[in-house]
Design a protein around this ligand. Structure first.
Ligand code: NDP
Ligand code: 2IT
Length: 444
């Protein structure tokens, strides 16, 4: 049996009941086949077996007391996946669906994404099955403090630097940082996405969404095309979705739809982002409210229908597996030309196959949403150097990183005989640096 097939089979046997982890590993290892063929020394060093086994998995109890005095217990996770090229780096997700399979898929993806940024950051991910919806600020604070009371002993500015992800934004990072500082008595860059008054970086809030649009813009530019006049569907209405919408609109696109986990809005006149920001960032409300406030806008219950809206460019920015085979087929039938993944693994393996077969230009998550973590690494640089760069400086660096990622994955795909296949190209370009470092470190 070929090396890749054997490793995947063993991975599934050794890690049963982890479908998201299996899915991410399958996408990655299949994309790496051309590299593995060129490097027989990798098999001798069991490189793929080591690459797919986290260096460390931390599971912990997170007890907290709600406003009514009731005691709750959540699960806490931190997967320190790979530190070959730098300290573990990756977000924390607070969502009721969180389990080990989801954190491991995110951690595995993060290794290659972080490598693609060109910056010295390893891969990690963590979170909790805590549901922030409907909780008071006080309950969020109590939870974050309890979470950090265990996590602090495992992280550090040169060891592991968590950040935000679904359900974790500026408010949560603030509470966690406050608790870390109190326990450790160190004001250091141990978390990124911090507020601007305590060590955060300008443009980190915008970075993932902006970065997604920058890499898509470069993709369009290389095909003598642009965002101008394009119809765009963005899914989600959180951090990534909002700033992807903002930048796409700035570049002349018309974004016509967004959703949250209850349903989607369609505004044929183009989404009014000031209204969305007010509902989502200020009021922490539901997207349904948009249709009450903007004339001509429609609200539809359920998420899947969003992919039936005709568009030139689809930017899934909510969560994993939001575009399945059926939705991909509808998008293709309606003429989609470009898909850029703002969320992590938003397209199923079958969905990706539909896009690639139809000639849709498909930008995989680990390349397309790398702007967030890249800017986190810029925040780490500023923290270490006690510096504070302007918005323009950070934004220019971010744009440059996204343009480089596009060309690196494009070149890797060409060099390894799969031109235009950016799934393979991104996996290859990200993997080579990590593999090189792991080989240099010996069997560790
Ligand atoms: P937020 O929590 O800010 O927003 C998440 C959005 O997605 C919300 O609108 C939420 O709706 C929706 N959503 C979440 N889960 C589901 C679900 N199961 N079904 C339908 N909708 C859902 O998170 P982010 O914007 O930060 O993250 C979005 C995606 O981008 C994730 O995949 C994340 O891993 C990825 N990402 C984030 C980065 C960052 O810097 N923040 C960097 C790179 C990737 P609701 O409010 O109803 O739950
Ligand atoms: O998936 C991701 O890249 C993130 N959630 C951001 C991680 C980070 O460390 O900024």
């Amino acid at each position: 049996m070929q090396y890749v097939e054997r490793v995947l089979k063993e991975l599934k046997e050794k890690n049963p009941n982890e479908p998201e982890f299996h899915q991410a590993a399958t996408e990655i290892l299949n994309g790496l086949k051309p590299v593995i063929e060129k490097h027989p020394e990798y098999e001798k060093a069991a490189l793929l077996e080591r690459f797919t086994e986290p260096e460390r998995v931390i599971l912990f109890r997170v007890p907290w007391v709600d406003d009514a005095g009731k005691v709750h217990v959540n699960k806490g996770y931190r997967v320190q996946f790979n530190s070959a090229i730098g300290p573990y780096k990756g977000g924390l997700r607070f969502h009721p669906s969180v389990n080990l399979s989801i954190i491991k898929f995110l951690g595995l993806e993060q290794i290659l994404k972080n490598s693609l940024t060109g910056l010295p950051i390893g891969g990690g991910k963590g979170g909790s099955n805590f549901d922030p919806k409907g909780k008071s600020d006080n309950e969020i604070m109590k939870f974050c403090q309890s979470f950090m009371t265990e996590l602090y002993r495992h992280i550090g500015q040169d060891t592991d630097v968590p950040a935000g992800d679904i359900g974790v934004g500026g408010r949560e990072i603030g509470y966690m940082f406050g608790q870390y500082k109190r326990i450790r008595d160190e004001h250091v860059g141990v978390l990124t996405g911090r507020g601007l008054s305590y060590g955060g970086s300008l443009a980190r809030t915008e970075a993932t969404g902006y970065g997604l649009v920058y890499i898509t813009e470069e993709t369009l530019k290389c095909r003598n095309d642009s965002f101008k006049g394009k119809t765009v569907v963005v899914s989600g209405s959180g951090n990534v979705a909002i700033y992807a919408t903002e930048k796409a609109q700035q570049l002349g696109a018309k974004v016509v739809a967004l959703y949250d986990s209850n349903g989607y809005i369609y505004d044929k006149n183009g989404i009014r982002l000031d209204v969305v920001k007010q509902i989502k960032e200020v009021e922490r409300g539901r997207i349904k409210e948009y249709a009450n406030r903007v004339k001509g806008a429609e609200y539809h219950e359920g998420c899947k229908g969003i992919w039936t809206i005709p568009c030139d460019i689809a930017l899934p920015c909510a969560t994993q597996n939001e575009i399945d085979e059926e939705s991909a087929k509808i998008l293709v039938k309606n003429g989609v030309k470009y898909v850029g993944e703002g969320a992590n693994m938003p397209t199923t393996l079958e969905g990706i196959a539909v896009f690639q077969k139809a000639g849709v230009v498909f930008l995989p998550a680990k390349a397309a949403n790398a702007g967030g973590v890249a800017t986190s690494a810029l925040e780490m640089s500023q923290s270490s150097g006690r510096l504070f760069w302007t918005f323009e400086e950070v934004d220019a660096k971010l744009k440059n990183i996204m343009v480089n990622i596009y060309h690196n994955m494009d070149n890797a795909a060409k060099e390894y005989g799969c031109e235009g296949d950016y799934v393979a190209g991104a996996n290859i370009a990200g993997f080579l640096k990590v593999a090189n470092a792991m080989m240099a470190h010996g069997i560790v």
